[in-house]
Design a protein around this ligand. Structure first.
Ligand SMILES: [Zn+2]
Length: 424
């Protein structure tokens, strides 16, 4: 993980947080890097504080490698700093348990994985994915760098190593349990700085007859719904199938299947096998790559156009919020997560918000990163006179509007900033 810090143009130390700027593409080494989308500087997006203290902000930008098409953050904050305060727990994300149950069942059936096989989940969080594999008779092992979530998994009987996944951790698992038949990495692959070393360690852990399954956000789909707030400092890579296929190939893996899935505004599931295996590559791989070319994912203009679209939405939303505030009315933000911090900073929403509410109890009683806006339970809305609720967690708008529909009858108005600005 340290290797790429040699690649830096500049390292800044600020309150023990370090960041660097990569002049070269982290995947192919090319210097042909172009700025694709520049957002407002933000603090670490998920550092909601118990006690408000000053938090530095860092550049947040997307860059495109004109050589290999890799879309990525060129400014990288040291991963140890980012993960120290990790609060996300996948078990509380609506709908993921059902998604993981179906996922585990499909992989085991489709790839004839025998009962009792070792399944290793990397970035296993609270063990939601492990639990799905365990329910269908597999031996499971997790690896999770965040201490509190790893402990939660172990307490629930889902064996988890509390560490970053490295070559050493792969060796440790092999020595104790042998090689893995399936290795999974869900919503973690894009958050790895040195993804090539990580993938090589996966290959070491993987049985020659095994498969590696990755699920990650799919930015062509996410861009399509104007979802720019999935860009944050812990999210280093914005993958296309083409880039992933080449990345796997560098690590002696062959991409044999790519499937679009629904979580997080658009995701992709990829199945790979060691390259020397008999190859059967699904048509989906080349089909998705040709779609990516058609959508202009290799063209810098596509991202500049995206930036302009976002700017128009911001202007319209701010005009509306200014008008509400000039009448002295309250505006309450709904949502407190990585993505809401990006949205609040890039759209410069903080001056308009009286407080935030969220359903995740880990966030209650905290203050938002940088602006230190207090976060309360969503029940707090019911103690208020009718007000405007700005749905920062707009990806969950359906769930939020259904749960709180009685507020609309009481005269509350819900403002949806994206995919298009509208009022309910
Ligand atoms: Zn490149």
């Amino acid at each position: 993980m340290k290797k790429h810090f040699q690649n830096q143009r500049k390292v800044t130390s600020f309150q023990t947080l370090q960041y660097r700027y990569d002049q070269n593409c982290r995947l192919c080494g090319s210097e042909r890097i172009s700025s694709a989308l520049k957002l407002q500087d933000t603090p670490l997006e998920d550092q909601f504080l118990k006690v408000p203290t000053f938090q530095p902000t860092f550049p947040l930008e997307l860059a495109l490698c004109e050589n290999c098409g890799y879309l990525h953050l060129p400014y990288i904050i040291s991963p140890e700093a980012s993960y120290s305060d990790y609060m996300y727990v996948s078990g509380v994300t609506v709908g993921l348990r059902n998604h993981y149950d179906a996922y585990a069942e499909e992989i085991v059936t489709n790839y004839n994985i025998p009962k009792g096989s070792l399944i290793v989940d990397l970035g296993s969080n609270d063990g939601s994915m492990l639990a799905s594999f365990k329910r269908i008779g597999m031996q499971v092992q997790g690896v999770e760098p965040a201490t509190a979530t790893a402990k939660l998994a172990n307490d629930n009987g889902l064996q988890t190593i509390n560490d970053f996944f490295t070559d050493n951790v792969a060796t440790q698992i092999i020595q104790e349990y042998g090689m893995a038949q399936v290795v999974t990495a869900n919503y973690v692959y894009a958050n790895i700085d040195d993804v090539i070393s990580f993938t090589k360690a996966v290959v070491k852990l993987l049985s020659p007859s095994g498969i590696f399954v990755v699920e990650t956000g799919y930015h062509p789909e996410q861009m399509n719904i104007n979802m720019f707030d999935y860009i944050y400092h812990e999210h280093f890579s914005y993958f296309t199938v083409e880039v992933l296929k080449n990345l796997f190939s560098k690590c002696s893996l062959e991409l044999i299947r790519a499937t679009k899935t629904t979580p997080k505004g658009g995701s992709i599931q990829l199945v790979c096998q060691p390259s020397e295996k008999q190859k059967t590559v699904a048509d989906s791989v080349e089909k998705l790559i040709s779609d990516e070319y058609r959508l202009g994912m290799r063209n810098i203009e596509t991202y500049h156009h995206f930036g302009k679209k976002i700017q128009n939405i911001k202007n319209n939303l701010l005009d509306f919020l200014k008008n509400i505030k000039s009448k002295g009315e309250k505006i309450i933000g709904f949502g407190a997560s990585h993505s809401t911090t990006t949205l609040m900073y890039h759209f410069e929403l903080a001056p308009y918000l009286d407080f935030l509410v969220d359903d995740n109890q880990l966030k209650h009683g905290t203050f938002s990163p940088g602006h230190h806006i207090p976060v309360h339970p969503s029940s707090r809305l019911y103690e208020e006179n009718p007000a405007h609720v700005l749905v920062l967690a707009w990806q969950h708008q359906k769930t939020i509007l259904e749960k709180h529909s009685s507020l609309i009858k009481k005269g509350f108005k819900f403002i949806l900033p994206l995919p298009e600005f509208r009022i309910v």
